[in-house]
Every structure is written in structure tokens, then in C-alpha cells.
Design a protein around this ligand. Structure first.
Ligand SMILES: O=C(CO)COP(=O)(O)O
Length: 248
């Protein structure tokens, strides 16, 4: 039985006051849910949010991390630092990081290993561009990203990982993949996990969809057989919209 996970990815948004206020507004509204609720916030908000989510069912995630524990890496944040705050999750390999900050399949893999070592659950993002989809390469691209992201991860740890399928053409564009399109690729991802880790583990691992998820389409997406949750960008910034998605 996979517990669905709905995670907000706030990207580069919100001040401390806004973040704390957001938690105040949603905490009673989401406490009855059966899904796991996560907010992935900018680094500056993690400590105040940790305090704000105390005694709630809301978990905390970061949006990136370095793979080293410490060192001369100006501007970076390590898994040790995130664990020190008490972060539960970290998004790894978001397409915006791949596109704007030179994240590669290799650095994604290093970060996945580092996160697992420090008991931070990685939310690993994969997804194709519009051009790749139009060329019929979606499956090949996504399967390849999965194999490289998980390289060297033992079966005993793989179910700690959450995978987020985020077609790049659906991020922030208002263009959602149809629930069937999303489910089809997520099914293929599960097949890849099956090839790598066998039948049991592939039915345990959670795979989210991300890309223009909002209150009005959350239910049809979440009702798909292989989709175990959502990674929500823009709509996770508005308290009422995020509550609606969590309570789909
Ligand atoms: O990138 C996303 C979540 O990580 C999706 O963003 P939007 O929900 O704004 O399309």
C-alpha cells in the first residue's frame, strides 16, 4: 500500500512571514488527510518552517543540496546542514536545476546517494522536453534518467526515494499532461524499477506527477492507478489551492 505524497515546490518564493502565515492557514485544513503533505521551501525558510510545522502533519523538504558533507563550495548547502534543521525530503534534479544550473544525471546520482546516507528522502525529478516528446523519445529519455539517477542504489534503500515525473512542457505552462499520458509514463517508470529491482520493490516505490497540477485537476490525476501524488509548483503558493489539492 503506497501512501500518496503531495509536495509543494515553492521554488524561489516567499519571505519568512509569508511562509509561517501559510502554515497557519493550512495546518487545520490538512490535518485529516491520508496523504503525506510536504512543503519544499527555499533554504532561508527551512528553520522558521520547522518551528511552524511542529505538532502538525506537514513535513519539510529542501529543493536542492550538494553531495559533499562540507568543504570549499561557496554558496552550497550540504545534507548534514539540512539534517541539522530536520528536513525530511529534498528535491533532486528538478528540470529547472538541470536547465539553468548545469545539473546532470551524474550529479543527480551523487546527490541521491548523499541524501540517502543522511536519511533525507530524495524526490528525484525526471521528464522530457516538448521536442523529445514530439520525436517519440519520452520513454527512452525518462528511463535513461531513472537508470542513471538510481545507479548504485541498493534495493534496501530504493523505496526511500520518491520519483517525480515532470514533463518539462507542462511545468508552469498551464499545459497539463492528460491523466492518461501522465499515468502511461509513470507506468513505464515503474517497469524500469521492476527491471532494476524486481516486482516487490516496484510496487512499493512512490511516483508523483508534476506540471500544472491545481485544485481543479488534482482528483483526476490522483485517481490514476500508477500515480502516487503530485509535485506542485505555482498552485502550492496559495493556501486555499494547496489545501484543495491535498484534500482532492
Ligand atoms: O515544477 C513543478 C513542480 O516541481 C511544477 O510547477 P507548476 O505546478 O507551476 O507547473
Amino acid at each position: 500500500m503506497r501512501i500518496p505524497i503531495i509536495a509543494g515546490n515553492w521554488k524561489m518564493h516567499k519571505t519568512i512571514d509569508e511562509a509561517v502565515q501559510f502554515v497557519k492557514e493550512i495546518k487545520d485544513e490538512v490535518k485529516g488527510t491520508d496523504v503525506e503533505v510536504v512543503i519544499c521551501a527555499p533554504f532561508t525558510l527551512l528553520l522558521p518552517l520547522k518551528e511552524a510545522v511542529k505538532d502538525t502533519n506537514i513535513k519539510l523538504g529542501a529543493q536542492n543540496m550538494h553531495w559533499e558533507e562540507q568543504g570549499a563550495f561557496t554558496g552550497e548547502i550540504s545534507p548534514v546542514m539540512l539534517k541539522d534543521i530536520g528536513v525530511d525530503y529534498c528535491i533532486i534534479g528538478h528540470s529547472e536545476r538541470r536547465q539553468y544550473f548545469h545539473e546532470t544525471d551524474e550529479t543527480v546520482n551523487k546527490k541521491v546517494h548523499a541524501a540517502l546516507k543522511h536519511n533525507i528522502k530524495p524526490i528525484v525529478c525526471v521528464g522530457e522536453t516538448l521536442e523529445e516528446r514530439e520525436q517519440g523519445k519520452t520513454e527512452e529519455i525518462v528511463k535513461n534518467q531513472i537508470r542513471k539517477a538510481l545507479a548504485g542504489v541498493p534495493g534496501a534503500e530504493v523505496t526511500q526515494i520518491v520519483i517525480a515525473y515532470e514533463p518539462i512542457w507542462a511545468i508552469g505552462t498551464g499545459k497539463t499532461a492528460t491523466p492518461e499520458q501522465a499515468n502511461e509514463v509513470i507506468y513505464q517508470i515503474r517497469e524500469t524499477i521492476k527491471e532494476l529491482y524486481g516486482e516487490d520493490l516496484c510496487t512499493e516505490i512512490r511516483i508523483q506527477y508534476g506540471g500544472s497540477v491545481k485544485g481543479s485537476n488534482a482528483e483526476e490525476i490522483m485517481n490514476q492507478e500508477d500515480i502516487d501524488g503530485a509535485l506542485v509548483g505555482g498552485a502550492s503558493l496559495k493556501a486555499d489551492e494547496f489545501v484543495q489539492i491535498v484534500n482532492f
